[in-house]
Write a new protein. Sequence first.
Length: 158
Amino acid sequence: MAFEADPKRLVTNSYGVRVTKSKFGGIVDDEVIKTASWTFSYDDLPVWTVQNLELVIPPNAKILFARFEVLTGFVGGTSYTVGTSKSVDGTVINATGLFTAANLPVASIATRGNFVIGSGTQVGATVGVDAAELVVVATGTFTAGKARITVQYMPEGK
């Protein structure tokens, strides 16, 4: 797959097949409440990259709900944390804003079909003045696992 970047407008075009397997995220549109979803595996976690192809939660959006759904049981490590970073430069906004290590210990995510509701400090609050990307960090060395994170948010002014 090839990328072409227009240096004047900062627009990126993708040519060929874009194999992302939902890692970059997707969105289901509603008039007021938006639902974003990311699917990832233990060895391909959502992190900030310079490609700027990842789905972002817009500035000042209020996060209403976050869910971590286990598609394949996680094995190995200790826990995960899920937070956000600035889409512009990757600076961490809140490393545990959606899910803390206490939310996602390996015991809670080892069984397929389990799901965990997020209770980080960004749930029920805004993401801040910067557009936010999802960042997932593992503690320990995981050897298996796949999950889907769903976030419902309301853009500013709705």
